[in-house]
Design a binder for this molecule. Structure first.
Ligand code: SIN
Length: 615
């Protein structure tokens, strides 16, 4: 599988190997230069489409290409492909309704409509790149899984439970087909010189330090690669750097998920939205290092039990184990607290009922990856319960974008988990994230071209658009009043929130994770959030701004920037959470009986403060 390869150097670019001759913009001699940062589904897909459109693309990823949350995704990708490919009674409208409901009514309805109606075209595009979804043995049609809060089975999957890895591998192949694979020799591309039109230059182990700006426009990226700092300029930068699960003690995310995109965009002055909404996956195996047990297992009939064997979820929600993810994660935490098990306890996922119902061998056949993993850890899940706990999984908040991936900074686009389109509201519906990566990466790339060309003619993505779906892109920078981007409510600088230092003088990432898990995790209250704010402020004051650090000690190393990024994202999350006194979706305030309805709230937790203002 392609996913395992590690190329520690850049791949040279073969001349205009793929991509139309237009090369970009009429009247410009050079093709559009687009930097894509990140190699999850949004980054890879965006890079492929941008190259197909004739851009000169540079793809920077801080690990190897296959290192991303996408590669970890098990359950699949949700999509309704039309009545002849859907479960009986299912429809795009039902997918829209489920997404809005799971999002606690806080989603941007326009974004949700785009996501669900345009799914069909992007799924077809993935298939045209070589992805083959699992099929039903009897009908031969694409097999459809069920996951929590979906009213019908509509989850497409590959290899049973290795959908993300398969998508990643397919897209990596598509990227490499446009990049060549020859090591750069003398005269080959250097990090400062990307390849020609229709090509993708890949730099693995290239860590984005900062976005660069000129005249209010993002015009490039400063990054570490091969032991040195580099600067690359571009006409547009597409951030697809994923999430920030590393803010918490246990996470389903890979260790590259350190919030680099949100932090860099924030430092550059971009608007960040909905930062208080962080989703916890209910069923991560409660072992060191953790391991996600897909929601599809509960979709297949597995139930949750406490240490007495009692099935407790029906006490918390009528849909029990198939309630929205925030509800299940919260119910586990509340049940542990109510039964006195507290933070040291765990609950149990009983998949034995599935094996008993479906017949011997079902679990291994339907979920081969999970089966191998749990057996490797010593569990026979056909006859014993799995200890599980919620783990940090997905950040609904992120860099605020319009429906075309445009951020508040001209030249900067964002897609996938790093972005906040409003599509997930206060709690993401299961298996909507891979879909989001596809749909909004494609829309972002289309918008990059549109912004330069003032036309979409150079790109033919019509095969990605549903017949009835929204087509085309806005031809100028967005009018945020007309778009669905929420209004900006500036937050005060974080250190002004609390003058007092809480307790720990030296900033340590392990302490940060522990603080965030205790004070800003599944259950939150005002006192805990205040405590977290104090501590974060104190650490921020101690670390100072990046500019300050640079002046004092020279260029910080990658690890140092990552830990600063985590501190920044934690600060954003806590500041936003403190501003929301009631509970909504994944933001649950145990000290408030007030369950906010989305209508009661504006979208208040937007911040636009440059780091320099905190130094
Ligand atoms: C899972 O398979 O449970 C994860 C799917 C998702 O996060 O959407």
């Amino acid at each position: 599988m392609t996913a395992a390869r590690d190329r520690t150097a850049a791949h040279s670019v073969t001349a205009a190997e793929a991509g139309p001759e237009t090369g970009g913009v009429p009247g410009r001699e050079a093709p559009l230069r687009i930097i894509v940062v990140g190699s999850g589904i949004a980054g890879l897909y965006g890079a492929v489409l941008a190259a197909e459109g004739g851009a000169s693309v540079t793809l920077l990823t801080k690990g190897i290409l296959s290192q991303s949350n996408t590669g970890f995704a098990q359950g699949g990708i949700s999509a309704v492909l039309g009545s002849d490919h859907a479960a009986p009674g299912d429809s795009v409208e039902a997918h829209i309704a489920d997404t809005l409901k799971a999002g606690a009514g806080y989603c941007d309805p326009a974004a949700v409509r785009v996501l669900c109606t345009e799914a069909k075209g992007d799924i077809a595009r993935l298939e045209s790149l070589g992805l083959v979804f699992d099929t039903d043995a009897s009908s031969g049609a694409r097999a459809l899984g069920l996951e929590a809060a979906h009213s019908a089975a509509r989850i497409l999957h590959v290899g049973g439970d290795s959908t993300g890895a398969a998508i990643s591998s397919t897209l990596i192949d598509a990227v490499l087909a446009r990049s060549g694979s020859v090591e750069p020799g003398p005269g080959g591309p250097s990090p400062r010189h990307p390849g020609g039109a229709g090509t993708i230059t890949v730099f693995e182990h290239a860590f984005m330090m900062e976005l660069t700006t000129a005249a209010g426009r993002v015009n490039g990226v400063r990054y570490l690669w091969d032991g040195a700092e580099h600067l690359m300029e571009a006409d547009a930068v597409l951030l697809a750097t994923g999430g920030a699960g590393e803010m918490f003690e246990t996470t389903t995310n890979p260790d590259v998920a350190t919030g680099d995109g949100v932090a860099a965009a924030w430092r550059a002055g971009a608007v960040v939205a909905d930062a208080e909404f962080f989703q916890f996956h209910p069923t991560a195996l409660a072992v060191p290092g953790s391991f996600m047990i897909s929601e599809a297992v509960r979709g297949a009939g597995a139930v949750l039990r406490d240490d007495r064997g009692y099935r407790f979820m029906p006490d918390y929600h009528a849909d029990a184990e198939l309630a929205p993810r925030d509800v299940v994660a919260r119910s586990i935490a509340l049940h542990l607290s109510a039964t006195g098990a507290g933070t040291k306890g765990c609950v149990y996922l009983d998949a034995t009922v599935v094996e008993a119902e479906q017949g011997a061998g079902y679990l291994a056949a339907r979920f081969p990856g999970i089966d191998t993993a749990v057996r490797g850890l010593g569990f026979d899940w056909t006859c014993e319960f799995l200890p599980v706990l919620p783990a940090a999984h997905y950040w609904m908040g992120g860099i605020a974008t319009d429906l075309h991936g445009r951020t508040s900074l001209p030249g900067l686009f964002a897609a996938g988990e790093v972005a906040c389109t409003g599509v997930h509201g206060a709690n993401r519906l299961a298996s909507n994230s891979l879909l989001e990566g596809l749909v909004f990466a494609r829309r972002s790339v289309t918008a990059v071209f549109a912004d330069f060309l003032h036309t979409t003619d150079c790109l033919d993505f019509t095969d990605c658009l549903d017949d009835d779906g929204p087509a085309g892109v806005a031809r100028s920078h967005p009018n945020y009043e007309n778009e669905s981007l929420p209004a900006v409510h500036a937050l005060p600088p974080l250190q002004a929130l609390q003058a007092e230092v809480w307790t720990l003088p030296d900033f340590d990432v392990l302490d940060l994770r522990s603080l965030m898990s205790s004070c800003a995790g599944v259950l939150r209250d005002g006192a805990g959030l205040d405590l977290a704010a104090k501590q974060l402020d104190s650490w921020m004051a101690a670390t100072g701004s990046m500019t300050h650090a640079r002046a004092q000690t020279g260029q910080p190393e990658q690890k140092e920037i990552e830990r600063r990024n985590l501190l920044t994202t934690a600060g954003l999350l806590v500041a936003a959470a403190r501003r929301r006194s009631g509970s909504l979706g994944a933001h649950y305030r145990s000290d408030s009986s007030e369950q906010q309805s989305a209508e009661q709230t504006c979208r208040p937790t937007i911040a636009r403060i440059k780091e320099s203002s905190r130094s």
